[in-house]
Write a protein that binds this ligand. Structure first.
Ligand code: HEM
Length: 178
């Protein structure tokens, strides 16, 4: 499953903005990695440094591109988790299983991969998510959450209350379930 983020990034950029944008933005070494499906963590490369030239070309901020990409990639990630489609899982039960089940399994299968630390406080109409990762990919996390809401057909609203990009030690994202 490693590589799904990278090949997904190529199709996301090519489909949304054109193959020429991908070709002119990514370094050759990365393109080789996509083509030959080289194993290794997808985030060995720097997602921010790939998306920065794309953002300049298409005039969309990197934070927004990461969100769009998270939403786009979510159904592809679920292909590795058929039980989410088969079982009677809700948006809420899926979300709270991401850290203790999904990412834990990822870590067991691929010990070298680093996944973020995600914790929740649960309340009746909302989940408060605490995200910690040295990669600071909280915008990607937001997009993945929106992708999960699309999949489970849940109406949600996100509020990014605290952010590592603004000096906080962790991100706090409130997910209001309508
Ligand atoms: C809404 C649900 C999810 C959220 C919020 C989430 C969040 C994230 C984020 C933000 C990262 C980037 C690394 C970092 O921040 O340090 C990541 C990595 C990863 N996630 Fe998730 N994730 C979700 C669901 C899933 C699912 C369903 C799968 C697959 C079954 C998955 C598998 C992975 C893998 C394999 C990586 C590491 C990729 C690599 O290093 O190559 N995640 N996750």
């Amino acid at each position: 499953m490693l590589g799904v983020y990278l090949s997904g990034l190529k199709s996301f950029i090519s489909e949304r903005f054109g193959a020429d944008v991908w070709e002119s933005s990514v370094p050759e070494t990365l393109e080789n990695q996509v083509q030959y499906g080289k194993p290794g963590s997808t985030f060995d490369f720097e997602l921010f440094s790939i998306l920065t030239p794309v953002a300049e070309q298409v005039d969309v901020p990197v934070s927004e591109l990461l969100k769009m990409f998270g939403r786009y990639i979510f159904p592809r990630l679920l292909d590795f988790m058929p039980e989410a489609r088969e079982q009677d899982m809700s948006f809420r039960s899926f979300m709270i299983s991401v850290d203790r089940v999904v990412h834990k399994d990822v870590q067991r299968l691929y010990p070298d991969v680093r996944v973020p630390k995600i914790e929740f406080i649960q309340q009746a109409n909302k989940l408060t998510m605490f995200y910690r990762s040295e990669r600071k990919l909280c915008y990607l996390a937001e997009g993945l959450i929106i992708g999960a809401a699309d999949f489970f057909q849940e109406q949600i609203e996100l509020r990014h209350l605290m952010c590592m990009h603004h000096g906080a030690d962790y991100c706090e994202i409130e997910i209001i379930i309508q």
